[in-house]
Design a protein around this ligand. Structure first.
Ligand SMILES: [Zn+2]
Ligand SMILES: [Zn+2]
Length: 232
């Protein structure tokens, strides 16, 4: 209740403020809390593997990357709006760890400017463990996904839960990440046949893979991923 009220109040406060660039504090432009110069410098991830969203060198064709050819991931397709690089990395950190909901709103608005072509399915915000939710006060993937679902007229599906508090993925190596994710999710209701999982950052993709794995064993046929930023 308190969190819902706090969120509603901060949303109202955001609506009342004039637009200002969250990166450099100049006036915002084009309906965004971002100035034209900072907008022009955004690290869009427009040249990437269509399966895992890994950014690819400009001189290589944007086709399935070597890693996906050798060991195909569980998802059918993936898109990341940005490469995880300045200033997007700072915006994500502010949104995730410093209660900066304006940064989250800006990231959602920017994600809507590069809607992946595969997007026709219900959206699943990557769930947060309730312990972490209690500590943070809001669920960043849900905050990011809600405006996307609203704008795209797509339903939200939230039948997946984190059943085990896992160590922060950012503190672990690749192998430890996979171990960390085993049995991390539980499926609470039958998923639709197809879903798009939404998250803020994709690093190795181990968390998303673990989620898709759990959903597949409950009848999900086709998973696609849409993340705000992908680490190179
Ligand atoms: Zn700026
Ligand atoms: Zn790939």
């Amino acid at each position: 209740m308190f969190h819902a009220l706090a969120r509603a109040l901060s949303w109202l406060a955001l609506q009342a403020l004039p637009l200002h660039c969250l990166v450099c504090s100049e006036p915002g432009a084009d309906g965004l809390d971002l100035c034209r110069a900072c907008h022009a410098a955004l690290p869009w991830n427009d040249h990437a593997c269509p399966v895992c969203a890994l950014p690819l060198p400009e001189n290589e064709p944007a086709v399935c990357c070597g890693a996906c050819l050798i060991d195909p991931p569980l998802q059918a397709a993936a898109a990341a709006t940005f490469v995880y690089a300045p200033p997007v990395d700072q915006l994500i950190l502010r949104f995730k760890f410093h209660q900066d909901l304006a940064a989250g709103r800006l990231l959602s608005q920017l994600m809507l400017r590069r809607v992946p072509a595969f997007l026709t399915e219900p959206l699943l915000p990557m769930p947060l463990h309730r312990k972490r939710l209690r500590k943070r006060g809001y669920d960043q993937a849900l905050e990011l996904t809600r405006p996307l679902a609203r704008e795209m007229c797509l339903p939200l599906w939230q039948g997946l839960v984190r059943q085990r508090a896992t160590a922060a993925q950012s503190e672990l190596g690749a192998e430890a990440r996979q171990r960390n994710m085993r049995d991390a999710f539980a499926v609470r209701s039958a998923p639709p046949k197809a879903l798009t999982l939404v998250d803020d950052v994709m690093t190795t993709g181990a968390t998303l893979q673990a989620a898709v794995h759990s959903l597949h064993s409950h009848g999900l046929r086709r998973a696609t991923l849409w993340v705000c930023a992908r680490t190179p």
